[in-house]
Design a protein around this ligand. Sequence first.
Ligand code: ZN
Length: 273
Amino acid sequence: MPELPEVETVRRGVEERLRGKEIIGVEVRHESIFDAIDAEGIKSMLLGNSVERMERRGKYLIFCMSHGERILLHLRMTGQLCAFDDDFLDDKHCHLVVHFAKGGFYYRDVRRFGRFCPMGLGGKTEAGFECLGYEPMDRQFTLNYVKEGLRGRHCPVKARILDQRFIAGIGNIYADEILFRARIHPLRPCDELTNCQIKRLKKACETVLEEAIADHGTTFRDFRDVYGESGSHQEHLAVYHRAGEPCLVCGEVIAETKCVGRTTSFCPKCQKR
Ligand SMILES: [Zn+2]
């Protein structure tokens, strides 16, 4: 699932490739990718309009249209936004095709869990968006904010940093990487973290995501940017997907456990319980 660094990579690509171009054609093939609007509604919203700016908050993209509309897009598991010049490799997983006078972009989604949702229409996607906490790049993401968010909670720290209402943008890959960087066991209860550990956790949230953005995200299978390119951060992961392999810091074998149903990798020596 695309997390903050992958979604940021898509955002930057859209800004480079799609902004300011007038939309002259819209093909909707699967209405189920829309939330709170139908095919005709989205067509009349897009035609004659253009993307003025692309914003991002957590894992949500926000199309800011030149006519003033704001349309949320959550890519969920396998959503992809791709630009094209002339032709593209069309298949049954392309659910929306948007045409400019020359080229355009399409939305492809194998699992079809992703959603476009115009803001202001009361969609479910928008409700999730409204509840987002701060993200590690925000000025408001202070040590105090992190401390308050952990205080009095006995759940595992990994479960807490996956909660989008606390920190927006972190998913399973970066949660494991952040906790490794901070040298904190993923199952450690929030209310047992020391001040030092909380400081390291905050710092790790920032640096791990920044490094992943610099690598254009992580691609295991599905993630592509708008140019169809893979990210390269999978080459720099320390623990995620590395169970059974030696720790890059101490050589201990990376272990695997479950946390809130998610596969969780950690180093038993660097991240003591
Ligand atoms: Zn280690």
